[in-house]
Design a protein around this ligand. Structure first.
Ligand code: SF4
Length: 392
Protein backbone atom coordinates (compact mmCIF):
# COMPACT_ATOMS: atom_id res chain seq x y z
CA UNK A 1 0.00 0.00 0.00
CA UNK A 2 1.34 3.44 -0.88
CA UNK A 3 1.00 6.05 1.82
CA UNK A 4 0.78 9.56 0.38
CA UNK A 5 2.03 12.27 2.72
CA UNK A 6 -0.42 15.08 3.39
CA UNK A 7 0.83 18.40 1.98
CA UNK A 8 2.29 20.56 4.73
CA UNK A 9 0.35 23.49 6.09
CA UNK A 10 2.07 26.75 5.17
CA UNK A 11 1.88 28.01 8.77
CA UNK A 12 3.66 24.93 10.15
CA UNK A 13 6.32 26.02 12.67
CA UNK A 14 8.78 23.25 11.73
CA UNK A 15 8.51 24.24 8.07
CA UNK A 16 9.12 27.90 8.93
CA UNK A 17 12.29 27.02 10.84
CA UNK A 18 13.75 24.40 8.53
CA UNK A 19 13.60 26.76 5.54
CA UNK A 20 16.24 28.91 7.26
CA UNK A 21 18.74 26.43 5.82
CA UNK A 22 17.34 26.73 2.29
CA UNK A 23 19.24 28.57 -0.42
CA UNK A 24 17.58 30.49 -3.25
CA UNK A 25 18.30 32.65 -6.27
CA UNK A 26 16.44 35.86 -7.10
CA UNK A 27 16.59 37.32 -10.62
CA UNK A 28 15.19 40.80 -11.24
CA UNK A 29 13.64 41.58 -14.62
CA UNK A 30 13.04 45.35 -14.52
CA UNK A 31 11.10 45.91 -17.74
CA UNK A 32 7.52 47.25 -17.58
CA UNK A 33 5.25 48.70 -20.23
CA UNK A 34 4.64 51.73 -18.07
CA UNK A 35 5.34 52.85 -14.54
CA UNK A 36 2.38 52.36 -12.21
CA UNK A 37 1.78 55.47 -10.09
CA UNK A 38 2.31 53.69 -6.73
CA UNK A 39 5.41 51.69 -7.66
CA UNK A 40 8.89 52.40 -6.29
CA UNK A 41 10.60 49.21 -7.51
CA UNK A 42 13.67 49.26 -9.73
CA UNK A 43 11.84 49.28 -13.06
CA UNK A 44 12.46 50.46 -16.61
CA UNK A 45 9.31 51.60 -18.40
CA UNK A 46 9.08 51.46 -22.21
CA UNK A 47 11.14 54.24 -23.77
CA UNK A 48 13.17 54.95 -20.60
CA UNK A 49 16.30 53.07 -21.64
CA UNK A 50 18.04 51.92 -24.79
CA UNK A 51 19.22 48.72 -23.12
CA UNK A 52 17.46 45.85 -24.85
CA UNK A 53 16.12 42.74 -23.12
CA UNK A 54 18.90 40.72 -24.79
CA UNK A 55 21.66 43.05 -23.58
CA UNK A 56 20.28 43.07 -20.06
CA UNK A 57 19.93 39.29 -19.87
CA UNK A 58 23.48 38.92 -21.24
CA UNK A 59 24.69 41.14 -18.41
CA UNK A 60 22.82 39.04 -15.83
CA UNK A 61 24.28 35.84 -17.35
CA UNK A 62 27.75 37.37 -17.11
CA UNK A 63 27.14 38.49 -13.53
CA UNK A 64 26.19 34.91 -12.65
CA UNK A 65 29.54 33.69 -14.00
CA UNK A 66 31.33 35.82 -11.39
CA UNK A 67 29.57 33.99 -8.58
CA UNK A 68 31.47 31.21 -6.83
CA UNK A 69 29.75 27.81 -7.23
CA UNK A 70 26.89 27.13 -4.83
CA UNK A 71 24.86 24.10 -3.93
CA UNK A 72 21.43 22.92 -2.90
CA UNK A 73 19.32 25.70 -4.43
CA UNK A 74 15.68 25.07 -3.50
CA UNK A 75 14.07 28.06 -5.20
CA UNK A 76 14.62 30.35 -8.18
CA UNK A 77 12.41 33.41 -8.20
CA UNK A 78 11.94 35.80 -11.13
CA UNK A 79 10.60 39.12 -9.85
CA UNK A 80 10.33 42.58 -11.24
CA UNK A 81 9.48 44.70 -12.92
CA UNK A 82 7.62 42.35 -15.18
CA UNK A 83 9.41 39.05 -15.91
CA UNK A 84 6.62 38.12 -18.34
CA UNK A 85 7.57 41.12 -20.49
CA UNK A 86 10.64 39.26 -21.80
CA UNK A 87 10.80 36.30 -24.16
CA UNK A 88 10.41 32.94 -22.38
CA UNK A 89 13.57 31.86 -24.23
CA UNK A 90 15.55 34.41 -22.21
CA UNK A 91 14.03 33.10 -18.97
CA UNK A 92 15.07 29.58 -20.07
CA UNK A 93 18.67 30.76 -20.63
CA UNK A 94 18.77 32.28 -17.16
CA UNK A 95 17.48 29.08 -15.55
CA UNK A 96 20.09 27.03 -17.44
CA UNK A 97 22.83 29.35 -16.18
CA UNK A 98 21.64 28.97 -12.59
CA UNK A 99 21.90 25.20 -13.08
CA UNK A 100 25.47 25.71 -14.41
CA UNK A 101 26.63 27.65 -11.38
CA UNK A 102 24.67 25.85 -8.69
CA UNK A 103 23.22 22.50 -7.82
CA UNK A 104 19.45 22.96 -8.06
CA UNK A 105 17.59 20.41 -5.95
CA UNK A 106 15.07 18.03 -7.52
CA UNK A 107 11.59 19.54 -7.38
CA UNK A 108 12.95 23.04 -6.68
CA UNK A 109 10.41 25.86 -6.81
CA UNK A 110 10.94 27.94 -9.98
CA UNK A 111 8.57 30.87 -9.87
CA UNK A 112 7.85 33.86 -12.05
CA UNK A 113 5.74 36.99 -11.64
CA UNK A 114 3.57 37.76 -14.67
CA UNK A 115 1.12 40.38 -15.78
CA UNK A 116 -2.24 38.93 -16.89
CA UNK A 117 -2.11 40.69 -20.26
CA UNK A 118 1.08 38.79 -21.16
CA UNK A 119 -0.54 35.38 -20.73
CA UNK A 120 -1.07 33.11 -23.75
CA UNK A 121 -1.08 29.34 -23.86
CA UNK A 122 2.16 29.34 -25.91
CA UNK A 123 3.79 31.61 -23.36
CA UNK A 124 2.74 29.24 -20.55
CA UNK A 125 3.95 26.17 -22.43
CA UNK A 126 7.31 27.80 -23.11
CA UNK A 127 7.70 28.60 -19.41
CA UNK A 128 6.78 25.04 -18.43
CA UNK A 129 9.36 23.78 -20.91
CA UNK A 130 11.95 26.03 -19.28
CA UNK A 131 11.19 24.50 -15.88
CA UNK A 132 8.98 27.19 -14.34
CA UNK A 133 6.42 25.52 -12.06
CA UNK A 134 4.88 28.42 -10.19
CA UNK A 135 3.39 31.62 -11.59
CA UNK A 136 2.00 34.64 -9.78
CA UNK A 137 -0.20 37.08 -11.63
CA UNK A 138 -0.25 40.78 -10.74
CA UNK A 139 -4.05 40.97 -10.71
CA UNK A 140 -4.31 43.81 -8.14
CA UNK A 141 -8.06 44.37 -8.69
CA UNK A 142 -10.87 43.23 -10.95
CA UNK A 143 -12.68 46.58 -10.80
CA UNK A 144 -12.01 48.60 -13.99
CA UNK A 145 -12.08 51.93 -12.14
CA UNK A 146 -9.58 50.75 -9.56
CA UNK A 147 -7.37 49.15 -12.21
CA UNK A 148 -7.38 52.52 -13.99
CA UNK A 149 -6.35 54.36 -10.80
CA UNK A 150 -3.53 51.86 -10.32
CA UNK A 151 -2.33 52.43 -13.88
CA UNK A 152 -2.87 48.79 -14.85
CA UNK A 153 -3.59 47.84 -18.44
CA UNK A 154 -5.37 44.48 -18.07
CA UNK A 155 -9.03 43.83 -17.32
CA UNK A 156 -10.86 41.30 -15.17
CA UNK A 157 -11.43 38.90 -18.08
CA UNK A 158 -7.72 38.76 -18.91
CA UNK A 159 -6.86 38.13 -15.25
CA UNK A 160 -9.31 35.27 -14.78
CA UNK A 161 -8.39 33.71 -18.14
CA UNK A 162 -4.70 33.86 -17.23
CA UNK A 163 -5.32 32.13 -13.88
CA UNK A 164 -7.44 29.45 -15.46
CA UNK A 165 -5.00 28.90 -18.36
CA UNK A 166 -2.05 28.55 -15.98
CA UNK A 167 -3.95 26.08 -13.80
CA UNK A 168 -4.78 24.07 -16.88
CA UNK A 169 -1.06 23.80 -17.70
CA UNK A 170 -0.31 22.53 -14.19
CA UNK A 171 1.35 25.58 -12.62
CA UNK A 172 0.95 26.34 -8.94
CA UNK A 173 -0.91 29.62 -9.44
CA UNK A 174 -0.87 32.73 -7.26
CA UNK A 175 -2.41 36.17 -7.45
CA UNK A 176 -1.23 39.49 -6.03
CA UNK A 177 -3.99 41.87 -5.01
CA UNK A 178 -3.99 45.43 -3.68
CA UNK A 179 -6.75 46.65 -1.39
CA UNK A 180 -7.61 50.10 -0.09
CA UNK A 181 -7.12 52.22 -3.21
CA UNK A 182 -9.02 55.49 -2.62
CA UNK A 183 -12.47 55.18 -4.24
CA UNK A 184 -12.53 51.39 -3.79
CA UNK A 185 -15.70 50.40 -1.91
CA UNK A 186 -15.87 47.42 0.42
CA UNK A 187 -18.20 45.74 -2.11
CA UNK A 188 -15.67 46.27 -4.88
CA UNK A 189 -12.92 44.70 -2.78
CA UNK A 190 -15.18 41.81 -1.78
CA UNK A 191 -15.99 41.13 -5.45
CA UNK A 192 -12.29 41.23 -6.41
CA UNK A 193 -11.21 38.90 -3.60
CA UNK A 194 -14.11 36.47 -4.01
CA UNK A 195 -13.80 36.19 -7.78
CA UNK A 196 -10.03 35.78 -7.69
CA UNK A 197 -10.24 33.13 -4.98
CA UNK A 198 -12.99 31.25 -6.76
CA UNK A 199 -10.86 31.18 -9.93
CA UNK A 200 -8.95 28.47 -8.06
CA UNK A 201 -5.69 30.15 -7.07
CA UNK A 202 -3.29 28.25 -4.81
CA UNK A 203 -1.64 31.32 -3.29
CA UNK A 204 -2.74 34.86 -2.48
CA UNK A 205 -0.66 37.91 -1.56
CA UNK A 206 -2.88 40.83 -0.57
CA UNK A 207 -1.34 44.16 0.37
CA UNK A 208 -2.87 47.47 1.35
CA UNK A 209 -1.94 50.29 -1.05
CA UNK A 210 0.89 52.33 0.43
CA UNK A 211 2.15 55.75 -0.58
CA UNK A 212 5.88 55.38 -1.29
CA UNK A 213 8.15 58.38 -1.44
CA UNK A 214 9.12 59.57 -4.92
CA UNK A 215 6.14 57.99 -6.69
CA UNK A 216 3.48 59.73 -8.77
CA UNK A 217 0.96 58.71 -6.11
CA UNK A 218 2.93 60.47 -3.38
CA UNK A 219 3.00 63.65 -5.47
CA UNK A 220 -0.76 63.43 -6.00
CA UNK A 221 -1.37 62.96 -2.28
CA UNK A 222 0.99 65.83 -1.43
CA UNK A 223 -1.01 68.02 -3.83
CA UNK A 224 -4.20 67.26 -1.91
CA UNK A 225 -5.35 64.13 -3.75
CA UNK A 226 -7.09 61.28 -1.90
CA UNK A 227 -4.90 59.03 0.24
CA UNK A 228 -5.52 55.43 1.38
CA UNK A 229 -7.51 55.30 4.62
CA UNK A 230 -6.20 53.08 7.46
CA UNK A 231 -9.62 52.15 8.86
CA UNK A 232 -10.87 51.24 5.39
CA UNK A 233 -7.77 49.10 4.84
CA UNK A 234 -8.24 47.39 8.22
CA UNK A 235 -11.82 46.41 7.28
CA UNK A 236 -10.63 45.04 3.95
CA UNK A 237 -7.75 43.19 5.58
CA UNK A 238 -10.12 41.36 7.91
CA UNK A 239 -12.49 40.60 5.07
CA UNK A 240 -9.57 39.11 3.11
CA UNK A 241 -8.66 36.83 6.01
CA UNK A 242 -12.25 35.59 6.16
CA UNK A 243 -12.65 35.02 2.42
CA UNK A 244 -9.26 33.33 2.05
CA UNK A 245 -10.08 30.93 4.90
CA UNK A 246 -13.48 30.14 3.35
CA UNK A 247 -11.69 29.32 0.09
CA UNK A 248 -9.35 26.88 1.87
CA UNK A 249 -6.23 29.06 1.90
CA UNK A 250 -4.22 29.17 5.13
CA UNK A 251 -2.73 32.47 6.25
CA UNK A 252 0.99 31.97 6.91
CA UNK A 253 2.27 35.55 6.95
CA UNK A 254 0.71 38.95 7.52
CA UNK A 255 -0.11 39.35 3.81
CA UNK A 256 0.20 35.80 2.42
CA UNK A 257 -2.15 32.83 2.20
CA UNK A 258 -1.72 29.41 0.54
CA UNK A 259 -3.32 26.04 0.08
CA UNK A 260 -1.38 23.34 1.94
CA UNK A 261 1.63 22.41 -0.19
CA UNK A 262 1.60 25.72 -2.12
CA UNK A 263 3.54 28.03 0.24
CA UNK A 264 6.28 30.09 -1.41
CA UNK A 265 9.60 28.46 -0.51
CA UNK A 266 11.57 31.54 -1.58
CA UNK A 267 9.56 33.83 0.71
CA UNK A 268 9.58 31.49 3.69
CA UNK A 269 13.31 31.04 3.26
CA UNK A 270 14.10 34.77 3.17
CA UNK A 271 11.79 35.41 6.15
CA UNK A 272 13.78 32.76 8.03
CA UNK A 273 17.04 34.53 7.03
CA UNK A 274 18.00 31.82 4.54
CA UNK A 275 20.74 32.78 2.09
CA UNK A 276 20.04 33.85 -1.48
CA UNK A 277 21.89 35.20 -4.46
CA UNK A 278 20.38 38.28 -6.12
CA UNK A 279 21.00 39.10 -9.78
CA UNK A 280 19.86 42.10 -11.80
CA UNK A 281 19.24 45.77 -11.09
CA UNK A 282 18.18 46.61 -7.57
CA UNK A 283 18.44 42.95 -6.48
CA UNK A 284 19.62 42.12 -2.97
CA UNK A 285 21.61 39.09 -1.91
CA UNK A 286 22.73 37.40 1.31
CA UNK A 287 25.60 34.95 1.27
CA UNK A 288 28.24 33.89 3.81
CA UNK A 289 26.96 36.40 6.40
CA UNK A 290 27.33 39.24 3.90
CA UNK A 291 24.46 41.22 2.44
CA UNK A 292 24.65 43.21 -0.75
CA UNK A 293 22.38 45.34 -2.90
CA UNK A 294 22.85 46.01 -6.58
CA UNK A 295 22.77 49.36 -8.33
CA UNK A 296 19.28 50.41 -9.44
CA UNK A 297 20.11 52.03 -12.80
CA UNK A 298 20.11 49.60 -15.69
CA UNK A 299 22.86 51.44 -17.63
CA UNK A 300 25.14 51.35 -14.58
CA UNK A 301 24.39 47.69 -13.98
CA UNK A 302 25.27 46.70 -17.55
CA UNK A 303 28.39 48.90 -17.53
CA UNK A 304 29.75 47.45 -14.27
CA UNK A 305 29.11 43.85 -15.24
CA UNK A 306 30.56 44.36 -18.72
CA UNK A 307 33.71 45.77 -17.07
CA UNK A 308 33.99 42.55 -15.06
CA UNK A 309 32.92 44.16 -11.77
CA UNK A 310 30.23 43.12 -9.33
CA UNK A 311 27.27 45.53 -9.67
CA UNK A 312 27.02 46.23 -5.96
CA UNK A 313 25.82 49.57 -4.64
CA UNK A 314 26.62 48.50 -1.09
CA UNK A 315 27.56 45.56 1.10
CA UNK A 316 27.40 44.93 4.80
CA UNK A 317 28.34 42.19 7.22
CA UNK A 318 25.44 40.87 9.24
CA UNK A 319 26.09 42.29 12.71
CA UNK A 320 25.04 40.11 15.58
CA UNK A 321 22.54 42.64 16.97
CA UNK A 322 20.93 43.50 13.63
CA UNK A 323 20.69 39.85 12.72
CA UNK A 324 18.85 38.98 15.92
CA UNK A 325 16.49 41.93 15.56
CA UNK A 326 15.75 40.97 11.97
CA UNK A 327 15.05 37.38 12.98
CA UNK A 328 12.44 38.59 15.45
CA UNK A 329 11.02 41.24 13.11
CA UNK A 330 10.59 38.87 10.15
CA UNK A 331 9.59 35.92 12.30
CA UNK A 332 6.73 37.73 13.97
CA UNK A 333 5.19 38.45 10.58
CA UNK A 334 4.71 34.69 10.11
CA UNK A 335 1.76 32.94 11.70
CA UNK A 336 4.32 30.40 12.97
CA UNK A 337 6.03 33.17 14.95
CA UNK A 338 9.54 32.64 16.34
CA UNK A 339 11.03 30.14 18.75
CA UNK A 340 11.65 31.75 22.13
CA UNK A 341 15.33 32.63 22.51
CA UNK A 342 17.33 35.18 24.48
CA UNK A 343 16.20 38.07 22.22
CA UNK A 344 12.53 37.14 22.64
CA UNK A 345 12.92 36.89 26.41
CA UNK A 346 14.54 40.31 26.53
CA UNK A 347 11.92 41.82 24.22
CA UNK A 348 9.14 40.52 26.47
CA UNK A 349 10.87 42.11 29.46
CA UNK A 350 10.73 45.60 27.89
CA UNK A 351 7.81 47.88 28.76
CA UNK A 352 6.35 47.43 25.25
CA UNK A 353 6.74 43.65 25.47
CA UNK A 354 4.98 43.59 28.86
CA UNK A 355 2.18 45.79 27.53
CA UNK A 356 1.61 43.58 24.47
CA UNK A 357 1.62 40.45 26.62
CA UNK A 358 -0.84 42.03 29.07
CA UNK A 359 -3.17 43.08 26.26
CA UNK A 360 -2.97 39.62 24.63
CA UNK A 361 -1.50 41.11 21.46
CA UNK A 362 1.41 38.66 21.65
CA UNK A 363 1.42 35.23 23.24
CA UNK A 364 3.91 32.45 23.86
CA UNK A 365 2.40 29.25 22.45
CA UNK A 366 4.37 25.99 22.35
CA UNK A 367 7.54 27.92 23.15
CA UNK A 368 7.06 30.29 20.23
CA UNK A 369 6.22 33.97 20.32
CA UNK A 370 3.30 34.83 18.02
CA UNK A 371 1.30 37.96 17.29
CA UNK A 372 -2.33 37.05 17.95
CA UNK A 373 -3.83 39.78 15.74
CA UNK A 374 -1.89 39.92 12.44
CA UNK A 375 -3.46 43.30 11.60
CA UNK A 376 -1.47 44.81 14.48
CA UNK A 377 1.88 43.20 13.58
CA UNK A 378 3.33 46.53 12.45
CA UNK A 379 2.78 47.97 15.92
CA UNK A 380 4.77 45.13 17.49
CA UNK A 381 7.37 45.30 14.70
CA UNK A 382 8.04 48.98 15.41
CA UNK A 383 8.86 48.13 19.03
CA UNK A 384 11.13 45.30 17.88
CA UNK A 385 13.05 47.64 15.56
CA UNK A 386 13.58 50.14 18.37
CA UNK A 387 15.33 47.54 20.57
CA UNK A 388 18.88 48.63 21.38
CA UNK A 389 21.89 46.26 21.57
CA UNK A 390 21.55 46.53 25.37
CA UNK A 391 17.96 45.28 25.16
CA UNK A 392 18.91 42.14 23.31
S1 SF4 B 1 3.93 46.49 -13.46
FE1 SF4 B 1 4.56 46.07 -11.32
S2 SF4 B 1 6.75 46.47 -11.26
FE2 SF4 B 1 5.97 47.38 -13.18
S3 SF4 B 1 5.59 49.51 -12.63
FE3 SF4 B 1 3.66 48.41 -12.32
S4 SF4 B 1 3.71 47.78 -10.14
FE4 SF4 B 1 5.79 48.39 -10.71
Amino acid sequence: MTVTAEPRRPDDATLADELADTRSVYIHIPFCRRRCPYCDFAVVAAGESRISHRTYVDAVLQDMRSEAPWFAISAINFGGGTPSAVEPGLIAELIRRVRDIADVTTGAEISLEANPEDWTEEFGEALRGAGVNRITFGVQSLDPTILGSLGRTHDATAAIQAISGARHLGFSVGADLIFGTPAESLQSWRATAETTLSAGIDHLSAYGLTVERGTALSREVAAGGPAPDQDDQADKYELTQLLAAQAGLVQYEVSNYARPGHHCIYNLSTWAQGEYLGFGVGAHGHRDAMRYRNVRRIEKYVELVTDGKRPWAGTERSEHHDYRIERLFLGLRRMAGVAVDETVVRFLATSDGQRYLGAGLVEVINERLVVTTPLLTDTVARSVLSLSPDDC
